[in-house]
Write a protein that binds this ligand. Structure first.
Ligand code: SF4
Length: 369
């Protein structure tokens, strides 16, 4: 891939509190850390000399809204010169720090999509995982965001949190549906060693339970008018995340900030997670050349995650190889089991819902051929 990236990801690693399950690159917010961070962030951003129009900008974290109003304003102003022509500009927010002033600032600077961390709708569960908001805060935050003119909102929900029974989870879904948002992301809980969950040996949901909850989510959200367009993402028509599609279509993107990763030209890179190194301008920690074989692997793995699936004509153009012919036996087997679907007219292969749920093993089999 040699095209100039059309997507920009910015990472703000600060949070007001650290959640017990969190494995993202994040730090407790301190104003002097944040001020210094914004200086380094600008330095890194400038180093890319971006002088063409972008399609999407995504500010994630961490919690970007944990910055003070002045810091948040400085961040958005820093990005102003990249916003011309941008179709989708998202900021991740937490309900407790999404103040009216921050909503106003985002409107002024062209942000048009919010992604709000909800995770559970049960206050006792939120407290138990060290989230410092209630579900009432979520409802208020969304209603204030609507008043401020935001008409494209995502909320995140975790599948398989401890003490969340099937009944509680169904209540979560009903409450989330009642928020009437445009987009919902549901990720199954993964327990990482160095998190509070890991230290306390919290168990991940079993495969069967996780699948049962995904089945319920798939059914309920589709009934509520959402399209299950990616393994873990549901959207109202025309509200799929344009930015995340950059990743799933295996297209290039700039990643700026602590621990961010990017894909430019023939390189994939990951930034340092050390704040000291970041402050000292040592931004990139690892850089790898994506060769022909790696490129094929990424292209296959990522494209099959979405309902658009794998465009076989594009694959042929990119890799000079007939994908269907090469993998015909395996593909026919999965098509026969209705796990994969072949759209002959469009020359495209995509996973059914059942296929999405076992996508990893399908991809492993295809890659081993
Ligand atoms: S708010 Fe998000 S990034 Fe921060 S600790 Fe919680 S889950 Fe992690």
């Amino acid at each position: 891939m040699t095209n100039s990236p059309k997507a920009l990801y910015i990472h703000i690693p600060f949070c007001e509190h650290i959640c017990d399950y969190c494995d993202f690159t994040k730090l407790q917010y301190f104003t002097n850390y944040a001020k210094k961070y914004l200086v380094s962030l600008k330095e890194e951003l400038d180093s890319y000399h971006i002088n063409h129009e972008l399609n999407t900008i995504y500010i994630g974290g961490g919690t970007p809204t944990s910055l003070s109003d002045d810091e948040f304003s400085e961040l958005l102003s820093m990005l102003d010169k990249y916003t011309q022509g941008v179709e989708e500009y998202t900021v991740e927010c937490n309900p407790e720090s999404l103040s009216d002033r921050k909503l106003e600032l985002m409107k002024e600077h062209g942000v048009n999509r919010l992604s709000i961390g909800v995770e559970s709708t049960h206050d006792e569960i939120l407290k138990a995982i060290n989230r410092h908001h209630t579900f009432r805060d979520v409802k208020l935050a969304i209603s204030r965001a609507r008043k401020a003119g935001f008409n494209n909102i995502n909320v995140d929900l975790i599948i398989g949190l401890p003490h969340v029974s099937k009944t509680l989870f169904i209540e979560d879904l009903e409450e989330i549906i009642s928020l009437d948002v445009e987009h919902i992301s549901c990720y199954s809980l993964t327990v990482h060693e160095h998190t509070v969950f890991g230290i306390n040996h919290v168990l991940e949901p079993t495969e069967d339970f996780s699948r049962e909850l995904y089945d319920i989510t798939h059914e309920r959200l589709e009934k509520a008018g959402f399209i299950h367009y990616e393994v873990s993402n549901w959207a109202k028509p025309n509200r799929m995340s344009k930015h995340n599609y950059t990743y799933w279509k295996d297209e290039c993107y700039y990643g700026v900030g602590l621990g961010a990763s990017g894909y430019i030209g023939k390189y994939r890179y990951t930034n340092t997670k050390s704040l000291v190194d970041y402050y000292n301008g040592k931004f990139v920690k690892e850089k790898e050349v994506v060769d022909y074989e790696d490129d094929k692997i990424y292209f296959l793995m990522l494209n099959l995650r979405t309902i658009e699936g794998l465009d076989l004509n594009k694959y042929q153009r990119m890799f000079d190889e007939n994908f269907y012919k090469k993998h015909q036996k395996t593909l026919d087997k999965y098509i026969g089991e209705s796990l994969l679907i072949f759209n002959k007219e469009e020359n495209r292969i995509y996973a059914s819902y059942a296929g999405m749920m076992v996508l990893d093993s399908i991809v492993v089999e295809l890659l081993s051929e």
